[in-house]
Design a protein around this ligand. Structure first.
Ligand SMILES: C[S@@+](CC[C@H](N)C(=O)[O-])C[C@H]1O[C@@H](n2cnc3c(N)ncnc32)[C@H](O)[C@@H]1O
Length: 272
């Protein structure tokens, strides 16, 4: 059976299961996706028996007002019950769907005493919008630009959030976009209370990849311990994503002519 409630960012079902598996989702666990979109990842977590909860700041996704994206359905209105809960209902896991909270991840609404067994997410890569912004808060000036929420800060916030809200032994599983030529393992995010469990690459095009990262919380924080995310990791990710491959190959070939370098040797040089 196919899910009915989908959007143009819905996580591929197979990858959702890989993520839920990496997070060791199981019965009686509670899993959170703080950028849940249409709930694709949560569906897989529920299938493994976990109770699931999401948060998302796009009200059109929360209320299923965004247009359907399946082939030949773009001009059709969604059916009244074409919403996230219907997917859980169709798969027989509605009793594990705790619900979705409308919230900007920059301002988490959860009580600090609350604890999740797994936090699993595919945060926005900034591809659809040239820049991402935090929501305006009550009292913020409306005549100024809202505060920018760049990739580095999103990942810093995600790991610091997991440090507060994940139980010890719980897993933080997330996708993270990287640029193939400039990626270096030493740039990966770290936090003193987490150990890196796995780092797997999925290539998106000739220049960009995304990495599925699994981190395990190994101890409680003893003070003001924070995540470190090197901003070089995201190096103009959006610009590179949109650079046509032909242009990149042209550029590389012209560099080859002058320096006899290749993609591989360039990467090697970078690594050295
Ligand atoms: C890559 S999509 C994840 C899609 C999801 N995995 C699914 O299956 O539909 C990222 C989601 O994060 C949401 N988002 C972006 N910025 C956010 C923020 N500051 N707080 C909460 N959600 C945000 C977007 O609206 C989008 O739905």
């Amino acid at each position: 059976m196919k899910s009915i409630y989908l959007g143009n960012t819905t996580m591929d079902a197979t990858l959702s299961f890989v993520m839920a598996n990496m997070a060791q989702c199981q019965p009686n666990h509670i899993a959170l996706d703080p950028f849940c979109g249409t709930g694709g990842i949560l569906l897989a977590c529920a299938e493994y028996g976990s109770y699931v909860v999401g948060s998302e700041f796009d009200w059109r996704l929360l209320t299923a007002k965004a247009k359907p994206t399946k082939a030949n359905t773009k001009n059709l209105a969604r059916k009244p019950d074409e919403m996230m809960y219907k997917n859980f209902s169709d798969y027989g896991t509605l009793n594990r769907f705790l619900g979705v909270v409308g919230a900007d991840f920059a301002y988490p609404p959860w009580r600090p005493a609350f604890s999740f067994d797994a936090i699993i997410s595919d945060p926005p890569y900034g591809i659809r919008e040239s820049s991402q912004h935090k929501s305006r808060r009550q009292g913020d000036a409306t005549d100024t630009e809202p505060e920018k929420y760049d990739l580095t800060n999103i990942y810093v916030d995600l790991i610091n959030f997991a440090n507060i809200y994940l139980r010890i032994g719980g897993r933080l599983v997330f996708f993270m976009p990287t640029h193939i030529m400039t990626y270096d393992e030493s740039l990966l995010p770290t936090h003193p209370c987490f150990k890196l469990f796995s780092n797997d690459e999925q290539q998106l095009n000739h220049t960009t990849s995304r990495r599925l990262i699994t981190m395990i919380k190994v101890r409680e924080s003893t003070g003001d311990e924070k995540a470190t995310v090197n901003e070089k990791l995201f190096n103009n990710f959006r610009d590179l994503y949109f650079t046509p491959n032909t242009k990149i190959w042209e550029q590389l070939n012209s560099e080859n002519d002058t320096s006899n370098s290749s993609v591989v040797s360039k990467k090697r040089n970078h690594d050295e």
